[in-house]
Design a protein around this ligand. Sequence first.
Ligand SMILES: [Fe+2]
Length: 288
Amino acid sequence: MRNFEKYASQLPIIPEVASRILSIGENNLDFSFKDLEEIISLDPMLTSRILKVANSALYARQKEITTLQMAIGLLGFKNIKSLVLLITASQFSRQFNSDPFFNDFWKHSIVTAFVVREIYNRNKDRVHQDIAFTLALLHDIGKVALFNSDPEAYRTVMKDAERGDGSSYCDLEEKYLGANHLEVGAEIMCLWHFPDIFADAAGLHGKRDMDSPDEAIIRNISIADYIAGKLGYGTEEEKRIDDPLSLLDGTDVDQADLDYFLREYEALMIEDPLFLECEKLFPGKVAL
Ligand SMILES: [Fe+2]
């Protein structure tokens, strides 16, 4: 039997404050700024990072932002939620932060998240935009757990994948570590008590056949995963998909959208204020 707990234990426990904020439903209209402020203020590190962002040049206003209430009003609920996740996620790689694995991992995760957010933006779907961003950011989290459990073995997976003998990433992970990042990622989401959609996104992305009530959103994450790879932010496997057009099935992306993402989007993405914040959270890691 595979010991998923072993891999999951290689990740820091997601802080209580972050997990409470992330589990707030997209449509929870009863949830007020005041409640959000109360939760965030329990965590001094989060509070100071958020104040820093609010006072950064990007959001510069005439007067200094000194309270969380002002910061939340300025950045908005959705941006705050994304920031909380990014700040939390930036802690995961502290231990090995100089390793190139994390460099590639964060670049790939962040670009996938921005692409999927733009897919929803282009379809004027504001309801799913935010959750898709969060899911995409964490879709490959199983790789971090596998890497942390045995960095040497994971480097062999990466090397073999680069050499390309036809084995999939999951096959190589199973060969050298005994489990693949999809199943480990899904298990981590369950252990963190995240909603089912998180386990499905981590466990089913990239698959052609899936059985999930959230299939549509997961297919959009899969195409965003592919686009990120095509833009140069991905693993060998994502770069090598031979039949990308079949990935468009069941997504909100058509051929014209795909052209837009491959030719025009990157230049816009790197000017997005939130993207610039990512560069600060993961210093030197998203540099283009
Ligand atoms: Fe990915």
